[in-house]
Design a protein around this ligand. Structure first.
Ligand SMILES: *Cc1c(COP(=O)(O)O)cnc(C)c1O
Length: 345
């Protein structure tokens, strides 16, 4: 079989969510946007619900409707993009809770779906999404009278604990929400790790649940093994791959694996990338192609059937470092061509 294997450990996923939830007195939600960070919302969301998650977060209403089908009627499903034009039927039918992020959205929501649940998203300084302090001052009385189910904001620099932006956003969020009788939420994974001042009533971890930084103690969740489809001998002076960017300096054995940048193995990882054959570290040779990569297996005894890309030897953050990226992008890039399997439940 020449299909790359993506194995997802739902036991590790649940353990990560549990660890993050034990760090806070607050209710712990779960962010499952973008197909659960590329790992499969169909399997991930029920596993987290079984572990105790009762409030889920998605980016857009369409993801929310899909999640409702998966999870059934009970859990609360919050939509970060709020109530967009044309979404009323979707929000109503799937019983979604839009995180209202402007006066326009508030008007659209109360006119289109009077009495329907909603939350409020405030901008505490990131300048990405949510109401700014002045807008919130204007709307606050009206919004609170309608009993929002959550008031949230998002931190821009929570993965850098010493960054002054964290305390600044905390102050801004407290200023905007002090004395309000509705559950509050400020923290994603990074904020959970910043400590109790940042926890409020509900936390919203994503990446830490999926095994990525800044949750240093996370268990790896995604495992990728690439099948070797050919092994050849290469003489000194011969080259491997597009553009002749690697030239053999010794008699070498080159394995060609059946995966490439179309499988989210970012081309920008370039010559820093390695795979593993058992305990032997094997360099990527030359350029990563769409479907194939050349690997140096000169020091490997025997002919490996597969080589490990993600697993016990290297994490999504190792790969991200090679590519000048972040673990989030590694996960959400993995793509549709893998043979996916799920272990645990
Ligand atoms: C993606 C996202 C999260 C989860 O962030 P992680 O860093 O993955 O934990 C939480 N809140 C909002 C608003 C988000 O967009």
């Amino acid at each position: 079989m020449a299909q790359a294997q993506l194995s997802i450990d739902l036991t590790a996923l649940r353990a990560n969510w549990r660890s993050l939830s034990e760090m806070a007195q607050a209710e712990t939600g779960a962010v499952v946007k973008a197909d659960a960070y590329g790992l499969g919302v169909e399997q991930v969301a029920p596993a987290l619900a079984a572990e105790g998650a009762r409030r889920f977060f998605v980016a857009i209403a369409e993801e929310g409707a899909e999640l409702r089908r998966i999870l059934g009627p009970r859990p609360e499903i919050c939509v970060f993009s709020g109530h967009m034009a044309g979404d009323a039927a979707l929000i109503r039918d799937a019983q979604l809770t839009p995180m209202i992020n402007s006066i326009d959205q508030m008007l659209r929501h109360v006119e289109g779906l009077p009495g329907h649940a909603f939350g409020i998203q405030l901008d505490s300084g990131m300048n990405r999404l949510g109401m700014e302090p002045a807008e919130w001052r204007a709307l606050r009385g009206i919004a609170l009278a309608q009993k929002p189910s959550l008031i949230m904001s998002h931190l821009a620099c929570a993965d850098e604990p010493a960054h002054p932006m964290n305390a600044q956003q905390l102050r801004s969020f407290v200023d905007m929400t002090d004395g309000i009788d509705a559950p509050r939420s400020l923290s994603a994974t990074g904020g959970v790790l910043l400590g109790p001042d940042y926890h409020f009533d509900v936390t919203r971890p994503g990446i830490g649940v999926y095994g990525g930084l800044p949750f240093l103690d996370a268990r790896p969740v995604a495992f990728v093994d690439l099948p070797v489809i050919q092994i050849r001998e290469v003489l000194p002076g011969e080259t491997v791959g597009y553009g002749n960017t690697w030239t053999a300096e010794r008699p070498s054995r080159v394995a060609t694996v059946a995966a490439g940048y179309a499988d989210g193995i970012l081309r920008s990882m370039g010559h820093q990338a390695h795979l593993w054959a058992g305990e032997t570290r094997c360099a990527v040779l030359g350029r990563i192609s769409m479907d194939l990569i050349g690997i140096d297996v000169t020091d490997v005894t025997g002919d490996p059937d597969t080589l490990e890309l993600l697993g016990t030897h290297q994490s999504i953050d190792t790969l991200a470092d090679w590519a000048g990226s972040i673990g989030y992008e590694i996960l959400t890039s993995l793509g549709a061509r893998y043979n996916r399997s799920y272990t645990g439940a």
